[in-house]
Ligand binder design. Structure first.
Ligand code: ARG
Length: 571
């Protein structure tokens, strides 16, 4: 099913071609959805953008185009405004039919180049360190981007690039031999590993030699020492299974868990290539890539003096692997913005190596909790488990207040959807580059842009449907959709503009455009609900309004699903 924008483009192409048969600069023909209904539903500046080709003033171009428009069912009225804007007023019947088709047909996104594979690298915790709230944003944003790109037809591989080869393992092995409490480890392995890790940090503060010991133990892991490798494997398995429990709880999954260790064997080849092609040179014993002065990128070490590889080396090996093994459309990395320079460096090096693909770093800001920023090193992090428990408790309080008579298991289900939804949404509804200060009060508010508000809007439609059923009416998808009032029309248009919000979210890697869109739709629906009788309306209108409500619920559900958030049937 063609989006409105696509349908308008096709229609205007015909008009353009009757005036200028050789015209080919179609990028200039673009329809913008208008914010103010005064200017119609869509607007294009094509007449201004392409006036040179027509060798006429923009307004004259606009007039001729409008006169040349073929007969059609889409457009009711066209106005020319200002220097040559063309304002389009859509036909109600066309809009109504399209809303109805959207129940059964999929939107056509064939104009997007989805050829090849998109690999999204997200979450990617450093394992054997506790996974903490810092990894929450990448996990939530990455999962949403995956859902959005799949919705648009991309082939997406969700890759969890585990930090499973770093210095923490050396520290843990030293700690394991010195401070392990076997009994605690049997009971709760992950907590004991965390305790050892923190103990190492404290002891190393007093005794700098410990760091050297840790470095030696790590080197032994990397050189394949069987005893250390077995410990490494144990640590990886323990923490990975804990991570997987968290992902499952959040409804998030991955296609590959290729951690840094997976790429380790590929690194020497990358180094050789960098050396042979003189992209990297020896400098004070290390191997370093120096960048063009104009680029303003500081040098990047790819091999240390002692022969050890670095984070950048591992990422280069990863890119080589992706380049050689997938037909790539793009490689997307979701991490906090402190890694921006690292990605600039490795993307530039990959370019120098001629590994041609589109690279995107999707950075995000810091998340704090009521003003507190949480770090791992100090050991005073909020554990995700505790955060989730709190989320459910807060969600439960909401249900207890709104609907205390529901059965307990339904209450629990709603509590989780609301609590976790609130958490995810307060991240995804904001411009991701902003720092976020999370508060439960804001996240759970029913009169703001929040998940519970949207879940409530969805549940309200379900309740209308239940009431309708009692009166003997069910949603009838073949009923006439009558866009009688301004608000009904505006709701229908918002439903039709939803796919544009999804496209924009994908283009800019910003799920908040979807959040904004469904929030706006939910607000429109709320004012419609408060001002217009639905079940008390006369017959053709009753069925039409029921159908419109159903379409609204469908878009809210799809939108929330793209954000990784569940809906509930009642609240
Ligand atoms: N493990 C890193 C961290 O926790 C993130 C890895 C991101 N992905 C990558 N390919 N570098 O900060």
């Amino acid at each position: 099913m063609k989006t409105v924008r696509l349908a308008l483009e096709e229609l205007f192409r015909q008009a353009v071609l009757t005036l200028e048969p050789g015209f080919s600069d179609w990028q200039r023909l673009f329809f913008q959805s208008t914010a103010d209904e005064k200017f119609g539903d869509y607007q294009t500046n094509f007449a201004m953008a392409a006036s040179k080709v027509f060798k006429k003033a923009p307004r004259a171009v606009a007039e001729q185009l409008v006169a040349a428009l073929p007969e059609n069912k889409l457009v009711d009225k066209v106005e020319i405004a200002g220097p040559g804007f063309i304002n389009i007023f859509l036909n109600n019947g066309y809009a109504a039919d399209l809303v109805k088709s959207s129940f059964t047909e999929k939107w056509d996104f064939s104009h997007i180049n989805t050829d090849g594979t998109v690999v999204i690298d997200y979450s990617s915790p450093n394992i054997a360190k506790p996974m903490h709230v810092g990894h929450l944003r990448t996990t939530i944003i990455g999962d949403s981007l995956k859902r959005i790109m799949r919705f648009l037809g991309y082939q997406v591989i969700a890759d969890n690039h585990l930090g499973d080869w770093g210095t923490q393992f050396g520290k843990l092995i030293v700690g394991w031999h010195r401070w392990l409490d076997k009994e605690s480890f049997e009971k709760d392995p992950i907590s004991e590993l965390e305790r050892i890790y923190i103990a190492f940090g404290e002891a190393a503060g007093q005794d700098p030699e410990l760091d050297e010991l840790a470095r030696i133990e790590l080197k032994k892991v990397q050189d394949g020492d069987p005893e250390n490798l077995a410990l490494w494997k144990k640590f990886v398995d323990i923490t990975l299974s804990e991570c997987k429990r968290i992902y499952e709880y959040l409804g998030i999954d991955f296609d590959t868990y290729y951690g840094e260790s997976f790429y380790h064997p590929l690194m020497p080849d990358v180094i050789r290539e960098l050396e042979e092609r003189k992209i990297a040179v020896e400098s004070e014993g290390a191997l370093v890539v120096f960048f063009d002065e104009k680029s303003n990128i500081p040098p990047c070490i790819v091999r240390k003096k002692d022969g050890a590889f670095l984070y950048a080396t591992s990422d280069l090996a990863t890119i080589k692997f992706k380049h050689d093994n997938y037909k790539m459309n793009k490689a997307v990395y979701v991490t906090d913005d402190r890694q921006a320079l690292h990605f600039r460096q490795i993307f530039t090096i990959a370019g120098l190596l001629g590994w041609d693909m589109e690279f995107v770093h999707v950075p995000f800001g810091v998340m704090s909790f009521q003003g507190e920023i949480l770090k791992t090193r100090a050991g005073n992090t909020i554990k995700l488990k505790d955060l989730f428990r709190e989320a459910e408790n807060k969600g439960l309080a909401v249900v207890e207040e709104k609907n205390p008579s529901l059965p307990d298991d339904e209450k629990r289900k709603i509590a989780k959807a609301v609590g976790i939804g609130a958490l995810k949404y307060s991240d995804l509804s904001q411009n991701r580059t902003s720092n976020i200060d999370f508060s439960w009060e804001k996240a759970l508010s029913f009169d703001g842009n929040t998940a519970p508000y949207l879940q409530y809007s969805y549940a309200r439609v379900q309740s209308i449907k239940r009431n309708a059923k009692e009166k003997g009416f069910e949603v009838d998808r073949s009923a006439d959709l009558i866009l009688e009032s301004g608000i009904e029309r505006s709701i229908a248009l918002s439903i039709l503009k939803f796919p544009e919000a999804v496209e924009k979210s994908a283009e800019l890697y910003r799920p908040n455009f979807i959040a904004d869109h469904i929030f706006d739709l939910a607000q429109k629906f709320s004012s419609f609900y408060n001002s217009t009788p639905i079940l008390k309306a006369e017959l053709p209108l009753l069925k039409s309004r029921l159908l419109l409500a159903e379409a609204v619920a469908g878009v809210i559900k799809t939108g929330l699903d793209l954000l990784g958030i569940d809906v509930v049937e009642r609240m």
